[in-house]
Write a protein that binds this ligand. Structure first.
Ligand SMILES: *Cc1c(COP(=O)(O)O)cnc(C)c1O
Length: 476
C-alpha cells in the first residue's frame, strides 16, 4: 500500500478542512430548509437514484467529498422542513448530529466496557434518568439498542425467559407448550415479527379487540386469555401500546397492569413512539401506569429529536435485562446477578454498536431537559388544534380525536361519491408528495383509506397545517 495514500486518508489537516466544509454545507442546508425553501422530498423513482449514484469507484483518490455530499443533501428527504408531517421520524437537533460524527470517529464499540468506557457509563446513567422520567422504581435498568423493533424482541425474550416455565433458550420453542402474548389489534408489526423470530408461529400473538378510538379494550382481556388457553396456548404477557403506530392511540395501561398482576403475566409497554409523553407535564397522564410495566421500549429517535437509532429497553427489575440473552434457565434468576452490567453486549442483540448514549446524554446536558418536554407539549398541542380545525371544516373528516401528535383524516369535498373517496385520498397524497410541497402518509382504518400526519417537527406551525389543507383542496 502506498504510504502517501494512507497518509492522505488519515491526514488531520485534510480532515479539519473537509469537516469545516461539511458543517458549512449542512448549516446552509438547514437554514434553507427551515425557511421552507426547496422540496420536502425531492421525489424520484428508485431507478433514477440508482443511476445517479453508480458504483464506479476509481482506484486512485480523485473524489470530491463536498460535491458528492452536495448531491446527497439535495436528493435526500428533508426532515427539518416544517412541512414534513409524515412518518414518525424526527428532525434531529443539529447538536445530536455532531455527536454522531464524534461517535463515528472515536468508534467506541462498547460491547465490552473497555471498548467504550465513557459511552457505557453514559448509557447506564441516561437509562436510569429515562426510567426515572417514567416513574419506574430505583432498581430499573436496561440497555440501548438499534430501534424499537430490536427493542421489542429484546423485551419479549426476557419475558419468555421469566414466564415460559421451561427453558426455551436452550431447549428451543418446542421444549414446552406453545407460547403467546396478548396484543391489541393495533399493535406494531415488530411484535408479531419478534414472536415469529422466537419460533411461536402465527398464533404467537393473540389479538385483543380495540374500541372506537383504537385503544385496547381491557374488559375483553379475560375472554381472550381464556380462549387462548382453550386453544392450547400458554399466554405469558400482554403488550400494550403507548402510542400505536397508525393512530397514536394510548392503551389503558393501569387496567392492563392490574390484569397482568392478577394473572401473573409479564406487562410490556411498546412506548417506541409515545413513552416520551412522560416528559410533558401537560400530557404525562396519558402514560399513567407505565411505571408498573415489567419492560418498556422507548425510541429517543422519535419524539426526542434524536437521529436514528437510539432505543431504550427498560426493565422494572433491572437484572431481568440479563435474561433476554441469558444462557441459563429462568429458575436461576435470583434478582441478583454477578455478571458485569458494564459489558453491555451480554444484554443486547448487538455485539458492536455505536456510542449510542452520547447524542442523548450530550443533548440533555447541553440543551437542558425543558426543550424536550416543551417539544412534546407543543407538537401535541398543535395536533389537537389541527384536529379541531379539521372537525370544524365541512370538507374534511377526522378519524379519531388524537391522543398525541398523530392525526388521521380524509378530504371529503362536496360531490365526490363515498365509493370514490379512498381513491381520492391516494391520489391527493401522491400529488402533494411528488410535488415536494408536503410529506404525509396514508393508512387504512376500518377498511377505508385515511391521510395520516405525524407532527413531529417542533418547527411546524398552524400556518403550515392550514397550507396543507389548502393544498389538498386545490389538488382535489
Ligand atoms: C416506530 C415503532 C416501532 C418500531 O420502532 P423502530 O425504531 O422503527 O424499529 C415499534 N412500535 C411502535 C409503536 C412504533 O411506533
Amino acid at each position: 500500500m502506498s504510504s502517501s495514500r494512507l497518509a492522505a486518508a488519515y491526514d488531520p489537516e485534510h480532515f479539519r478542512r473537509l469537516g469545516h466544509q461539511l458543517v458549512d454545507q449542512l448549516a446552509d442546508h438547514l437554514a434553507r430548509t427551515l425557511r421552507r425553501e426547496g422540496p420536502v422530498l425531492p421525489w424520484a423513482p428508485p431507478a433514477t437514484n440508482v443511476e445517479r449514484f453508480p458504483a464506479d469507484f476509481p482506484e486512485e483518490p480523485s473524489g470530491d467529498l463536498t460535491a458528492l455530499l452536495s448531491r446527497v443533501i439535495e436528493g435526500s428527504h428533508h426532515l427539518h422542513h416544517p412541512r414534513y408531517v409524515g412518518h414518525q421520524v424526527s428532525a434531529p437537533v443539529p447538536l445530536s448530529a455532531l455527536c454522531d460524527f464524534a461517535s463515528s470517529l472515536l468508534n467506541n464499540g462498547m460491547a465490552v466496557y473497555e471498548m467504550g468506557p465513557v459511552s457505557t457509563a453514559m448509557e447506564h446513567n441516561v437509562l436510569r434518568w429515562m426510567a426515572g422520567v417514567l416513574g419506574m422504581p430505583e432498581g430499573a435498568r436496561g440497555v440501548l439498542t438499534s430501534g424499537g423493533s430490536a427493542g421489542n424482541l429484546t423485551a419479549l425474550l426476557a419475558a419468555r425467559q421469566a414466564k415460559a416455565g421451561f427453558d426455551a433458550w436452550n431447549g428451543g420453542a418446542t421444549a414446552g407448550p406453545p407460547l403467546t402474548v396478548l396484543v391489541p389489534e393495533s399493535t406494531h408489526y415488530s411484535v408479531s415479527r419478534a414472536t415469529k423470530v422466537m419460533g411461536w408461529g402465527a398464533e404467537g400473538v393473540t389479538p385483543v379487540p380495540v374500541d372506537a378510538r383504537y385503544r385496547l379494550r381491557p374488559e375483553a382481556l379475560e375472554e381472550v386469555l381464556a380462549a387462548a388457553k382453550r386453544a392450547g396456548r400458554r399466554p405469558i404477557a400482554v403488550v400494550a401500546s403507548a402510542g400505536s403506530t397508525a393512530t397514536g392511540a394510548f392503551d389503558p395501561l393501569e387496567a392492563v397492569a392490574d390484569f397482568c398482576e392478577k394473572h401473573g403475566l409479564w406487562f410490556h409497554v411498546d412506548g417506541a413512539h409515545g413513552a416520551s409523553t412522560a416528559l410533558s407535564p401537560t400530557y404525562r397522564h396519558r402514560v399513567k401506569g407505565i411505571e408498573r410495566a415489567d419492560s418498556v421500549v422507548w425510541d429517543a429517535h422519535k419524539l426526542m429529536m434524536m437521529p436514528a437509532l437510539i432505543t431504550a429497553v427498560l426493565f422494572r427489575e433491572g437484572n431481568r435485562s440479563f435474561e433476554a440473552f441469558a444462557q441459563e434457565a429462568s429458575y436461576l434468576f435470583t434478582g441478583q446477578d454477578t455478571r458485569p452490567w458494564s459489558d453491555v453486549a451480554l444484554r443486547t442483540l448487538e455485539c458492536t454498536k455505536e456510542m449510542m448514549a452520547l447524542k442523548l446524554y450530550a443533548s440533555l446536558s447541553v440543551l437542558g431537559t425543558k426543550l424536550f418536554a416543551d417539544s412534546v407539549t407543543s407538537t401535541f398541542d398543535l395536533s389537537r388544534r389541527f384536529a379541531e380545525r379539521l372537525q370544524a371544516a365541512g370538507d374534511f373528516e377526522l378519524a379519531v380525536p388524537p391522543d398525541c401528535n398523530i392525526v388521521c383524516f380524509r378530504h371529503t369535498p362536496q360531490g365526490v361519491p363515498a365509493s370514490e373517496l379512498d381513491a381520492l385520498q391516494v391520489r391527493l397524497r401522491e400529488s402533494l408528495v411528488t410535488s415536494g410541497d408536503f410529506y404525509l402518509v396514508q393508512t387504512t382504518l376500518g377498511g377505508r383509506v385515511w391521510l395520516r400526519t405525524t407532527i413531529i417537527n417542533p418547527l411546524t406551525t398552524d400556518g403550515d397545517l392550514d397550507a396543507l389543507l389548502e393544498a389538498l383542496r386545490r389538488a382535489a
